[in-house]
Design a protein around this ligand. Structure first.
Ligand SMILES: [Zn+2]
Length: 610
């Protein structure tokens, strides 16, 4: 390792005025502020890594087929991995590392010749690599074997692979992953369905993907089919329940194809991770990574599968050019998710989901402030970790914007538009500016008074935001009012409710409620013992804010220690903080931290130190 300051100063000065061409067939897109990559780009990656569970490192090499585009160096993103040797076209080469930025990491600069074809990098990850979570056997469902998984989005892939970590740069990949013989490795690629006795797994991803969609998991896994081109990977103790819960996957694929054209990735499988997985799901192509908290036993939370499946079009096929336009991935996907849910379970059901979403959107805008720039769809994440700026705005404000388009334009015409949009931009990137231009060319935005600019570039919720209609929720509100007035928590009135109705019911409870009232409700409906994460989460939040939490603290603590899903953690830690119980929050966090992935741990830590 050596550094040449002059060379780097020249490099970074040159970088400021350069652009990267995301794809030959698409116009130039401004350079990604979260990547050091320049003109020379990776086209294919061949990864060869061994998973060393004892030392919690991955070690081996990456070999990159490159296109120099006339440049005499190639720049990769790196944060953490130790580089041993670099070869260019098989010859040992010099390399330089830029100054370490706490968010972006370092630029790895490798001199090449304009005609150079391959670069090989021999390296090893660090035990604390942010993308990777190494779990002890106690942290898994089976308690017998360790587990490893990666989470690349937004800019964490550079902590386990030296890579051009920008959504605008796509490459195909092959990988050989060596793991202990009793474990199985899976990736966002073509996977086997049974363990290999030698512990060596080979993967191919034929469709070009951006770095954030590179994903690896290693554990005691088994596979069960849920249809002709779908199935579930999970630890054996979870497999049967998971396969039942996701039994509608094949029907979801069919519904999605009906709406937006052929599925481009051959198979759609799900991997159920241990509870520490920080997100609901991650749309790693061909193999969605999912939290076990969606296995509620009644298929009530499978909109998550519809969501991750929808990313096979919006996000994985047409990708946000950089993280400022994260809403282009998530807004379309959330809209698409609810269309799939409507196709499978009916409009009444999908309208309940949309109503919950609108409530969440209003709550969030209130929390971050109606003038906050973080409530724009198009974000300004310069100098920030993209992960910090990502909240429900991209999903739900994005959803209501797309839904508004559908309502104004008419469903069948809008569906035609979307089909065309996805097929014309497949395997390309998109940003707000180009999307708006494209929409204006194909849709009468101005005459329909959509106010698209206001939706994309202004804060808050525009006045023309669509309003979901849910009779079932109206009944829930009525029932709540009636029972709160009489203090008689009737179980007859609530029979046959779905978990969404229960969540909406609990949402009616004001923060000013008396702890004794909460206790009565808990006795009547046993919320604290629910097997549904959505119900538990909102109930525990109400309990903390309403002063009832000391009576059920053990349960709340158990939930926070065993579940690492950030969406569930943050409202509870925030509630502790808001009610002067920060010491309780800190104590629980200290206990829970080893079970959290860095994505969740960093968010909670940030909250509790403020
Ligand atoms: Zn998503």
């Amino acid at each position: 390792m050596n550094k040449s300051l002059c060379f780097l100063i020249f490099l970074f000065a040159a970088q400021a005025c350069k652009t990267v061409q995301d794809d030959k067939s698409t116009p130039m897109i401004r350079k990604d502020i979260h990547s050091y990559a320049e003109d020379a780009v990776i086209k294919q990656l061949i990864l060869d890594l061994e998973a060393d569970f004892e030392n919690r490192v991955l070690k081996g090499s990456g070999t990159y087929q490159i296109e120099t585009n006339g440049a005499d160096y190639i720049v990769l993103d790196l944060r953490g991995p130790e580089i041993f040797t670099v070869l260019v076209d098989g010859e040992k080469a010099d390399f330089k590392l830029g100054t370490e930025d706490p968010i972006l990491g370092q630029a790895l600069v490798i001199p090449v010749k304009p005609g150079s074809k391959t670069v090989s990098i021999f390296y090893q990850t660090r035990p604390d690599a942010d993308a990777l979570q190494w779990l002890s056997p106690q942290q898994t469902s089976g308690h017998q074997y360790p587990f490893l998984f990666s989470q690349g989005q937004a800019i964490l892939t550079r902590t386990w692979i030296p890579i051009q970590d920008s959504p605008g740069i796509r490459f195909t990949y092959q990988a050989t992953i060596r793991v202990p013989k009793e474990l199985m490795a899976v990736m966002s690629a073509r996977n086997v369905q049974v363990k290999n006795p030698d512990g060596i797994y080979r993967f191919t991803m034929l469709q070009p993907v951006p770095a954030y969609l590179m994903a690896l998991a290693v554990g005691d896994l088994a596979f069960k089919a849920t249809g002709a081109r779908s199935g579930v990977y999970a630890e054996p103790s979870v497999l049967e329940k998971a396969a039942w819960e996701f039994g509608d996957t094949e029907a979801m694929i069919a519904a999605a194809e009906q709406l937006y054209g052929p599925y481009a990735w051959e198979r759609y499988d799900l991997l159920v991770l241990p509870p520490s997985f920080p997100f609901g799901g991650m749309e790693n192509p061909r193999l969605t990574f999912a939290t076990p908290t969606v296995i509620a036993g009644d298929r009530s939370l499978v909109s998550l599968v519809a969501h991750e499946l929808a990313h096979s079009w919006s996000g994985n096929l047409v990708t946000n050019a950089d993280w400022n336009d994260f809403w282009i991935n998530e807004g379309f996907t959330t809209y698409f998710e609810r269309r799939i849910m409507e196709a499978l379970y009916g409009r009444e059901y999908s309208e309940m989901l949309a109503s919950l979403a609108l409530a969440e959107l209003h709550r969030l805008v209130l929390e971050i402030g109606p003038q906050s720039k973080d409530s724009h769809l198009h974000l300004d994440l310069k100098g920030r970790n993209p992960d910090d700026g990502m909240n429900s705005i991209a999903y739900e404000k994005g959803y209501f914007f797309i839904r508004l388009l559908e309502e104004k334009i008419g469903r069948s015409r809008f569906d035609e538009f979307l089909k065309k949009y996805f097929s014309e931009h497949a395997f390309q990137t998109m940003n707000s500016e180009r999307l708006l231009e494209y929409m204006k060319r194909h849709l009468p935005l101005d005459s329909l008074q959509i106010n698209a600019e206001e939706w994309i570039y202004h804060p808050g919720i525009p006045a023309n935001c669509p309003a979901p209609v849910s009779d079932r929720f109206d009944k829930v509100e009525q029932a709540y009012r009636q029972m709160a007035a009489s203090q008689h928590w009737d179980t007859l009135l609530t029979s046959g409710w779905s978990s969404h109705e229960w969540v909406h019911f609990i949402a009616q409870v004001p923060d000013t409620v008396h702890p004794a009232q909460l206790k009565k409700m808990d006795q009547a409906y046993r919320f604290s013992e629910s097997g549904n994460g959505e119900i538990l989460d909102i109930w525990f939040e109400k309990a903390i804010r309403g002063g009832y939490s000391p009576e059920i603290l053990e349960r709340i603590e158990d939930f926070l220690v065993h579940i690492g899903r950030r969406k569930y953690l943050m409202p509870l830690y925030k509630a502790f903080k808001a009610t002067g119980q920060i010491e309780t929050a800190r104590r629980i966090f200290n206990r829970a931290r080893p079970n959290y992935h860095s994505v969740s741990a960093n968010s909670v830590e940030q909250l509790l130190k403020e």
